[in-house]
Design a protein around this ligand. Structure first.
Ligand SMILES: NC(=O)c1ccc[n+]([C@@H]2O[C@H](COP(=O)([O-])OP(=O)(O)OC[C@H]3O[C@@H](n4cnc5c(N)ncnc54)[C@H](OP(=O)(O)O)[C@@H]3O)[C@@H](O)[C@H]2O)c1
Length: 219
């Protein structure tokens, strides 16, 4: 199947959490790691987030750095419920925003379409939108590299699909506990035989944090 090369970026606590149970997640990692994360965005053709991240964080998903271009922003949002007041919708005419939604939901998205958001209906099932179909569409749109920025449910969807080629895992020296939101949500694995290994490429200190880079092991 033709698809972009996919990098999963996580900014977690030592125990792999991306947010508190109430969704608060800003500034888990330090400024140096956040700057490295913005540079990473600039090296990709597009960035993807799930609808919860779009709603809770109201991100811009831009690089905000001289010399780095802004990738297209992709949202997985079955109901096409992205707020017209969101930073993504409000800047869609400056940097493209593509929103994948379930078939039929596009009929209720006239406000965000008018703001320049491209609303693309695709197949969906019990585990959400069909990520493989979304990847084929992005490939046809000449998007060769995609950075998946989370949250945990979208990350799990890409892992389950077997599409995560590279991982950039920023790890901060804090512990958020078992009630925090996991960087990668449930995978419903039943045997370790199904678990595909990654190969660690490097470990780098970035300010107070650590960046681990992994690449999928050849099968
Ligand atoms: N520290 C970090 O690196 C980082 C990065 C990003 C986010 N966050 C935090 O993560 C939290 C949100 O994470 P989350 O796990 O609750 O939600 P999420 O991954 O942002 O969004 C999940 C939603 O995406 C939609 N979706 C559509 N198709 C999907 C598919 N195939 N697989 C998975 N999801 C699909 C579903 O909602 P619909 O039914 O609406 O389609 C699903 O509930 C926030 O607190 C945010 O601040 C942290």
């Amino acid at each position: 199947m033709a698809r972009p090369r996919i990098t999963l970026k996580l900014a977690t606590s030592l125990d792999g959490k991306i947010a508190l149970a109430n969704g608060e997640s800003e500034w888990i990692t330090g400024e140096a790691a956040r700057e490295a994360g913005r540079k990473l965005r600039g090296r990709h053709d597009a960035i993807a987030v799930g609808s919860n991240t779009a709603r809770l964080d109201n991100p811009q998903l831009t690089t905000r750095m001289a010399g780095y271009s802004d990738p297209a922003r992709i949202v997985f949002d079955s109901g096409a419920l992205l707020s017209p007041k969101s930073n993504l919708a409000q800047t869609a005419n400056d940097v493209p925003v593509l929103l994948f939604c379930a078939k039929g939901a596009e009929n209720y998205a006239s406000e965000i379409k008018a703001l320049g958001v491209s609303v693309l209906p695709i197949a969906s099932g019990s585990s959400g939108l069909d990520i493989a179909q979304a990847m084929e569409i992005l490939h046809r749109q000449n998007i060769k590299t995609l950075l998946v920025e989370g949250g945990g449910k979208l990350a799990a969807g890409f892992v389950k699909a077997g599409f995560v080629d590279d991982i950039y895992w920023f790890r901060a020296p804090v512990i958020l506990g078992g009630d925090g939101r996991s960087g990668i949500a449930d995978l419903s694995l039943e045997t370790l035989i199904d678990v595909k290994p990654y190969i660690r490429q490097s470990v780098t200190e970035i300010g107070v944090d650590i960046l681990e880079i992994y690449t999928k092991a050849p099968t």
